[in-house]
Design a protein around this ligand. Structure first.
Ligand code: PRP
Length: 200
């Protein structure tokens, strides 16, 4: 799965390259196309901002079906006792009676998806399922069903293909594993020269 990238002093490596991403996302698009082949109305794909945007863009282009798209943004706060999740940008669509697909870049503890599923189920969709590019199932705190999974991955910190560190690195075509998170935390620009070589 990995291919060493030399820039950044060994702090990162390619984790899933663009070809494997394209292949797997294409397969997920086909899966979803089959799932909704006989649906009465186009499914509404709901992307959870911001990490899932690149995945969504590729996924819907791989779906041989008419679809609608909408976006949600949520925020979570952790205190000693609990993690609180709330909606900071809600849907434009009324999803009552519609087939709904939650599109996530990554399911980690499962807290976000659990909250989203509960919130969306209360609105009376015809059906509700989830597609995630990555599943860090080993980190799950809350069990949550995920119907369509791109890659089940170990507990590594990933950036690229939509995913960030402090808002950076979302716009790389490949997905990277950060091998030294402490170094990156001390120097958030550490990966820039290697990932965006032509600009530096
Ligand atoms: C990521 C991801 C999920 C959430 C999953 O979002 O997009 O929404 O974390 O984590 P959980 O399973 O532990 O709840 P993030 O907070 O990184 O925001 P972003 O997509 O805007 O980068």
């Amino acid at each position: 799965m990995t291919e060493v990238a030399t820039a950044g002093g060994g702090a990162y490596e390619i984790f899933i390259g663009r070809e494997r991403l394209a292949e797997r996302v294409g397969a997920l698009g086909e899966e979803l196309g089959e799932r909704f082949a006989n649906a009465p109305e186009p499914p509404i794909l709901i992307a959870v901002l911001k990490g899932s945007t690149m995945f969504l863009a590729d996924l819907i282009r791989a779906m041989p079906a008419d679809v609608a798209v909408d976006f949600m943004a949520i925020s979570s706060y952790s205190s000693n006792e609990a993690t609180q999740v709330r909606i900071v940008k809600d849907l434009e669509h009324d999803i009552t009676g519609r087939d709904v697909v939650i599109v996530e870049d990554i399911v980690d503890t499962g807290l976000t998806l659990t909250y989203l599923k509960r919130s969306l189920a209360e609105r009376g969709p015809r059906s509700l399922c989830t597609v995630t590019l990555l599943d860090k199932s080993a980190r799950r705190i809350v069990p949550v069903e995920v119907e369509h999974i791109g890659f089940d991955i170990p507990d590594v910190f990933v950036v690229g293909y939509g995913m960030d560190f402090q808002g950076r690195y979302r716009n790389t075509p490949d997905l990277y594993a950060v091998k030294d998170l402490a170094r990156l935390a001390n120097d958030p620009l550490l990966l820039v020269p290697g990932l965006f070589a032509s600009a530096h």
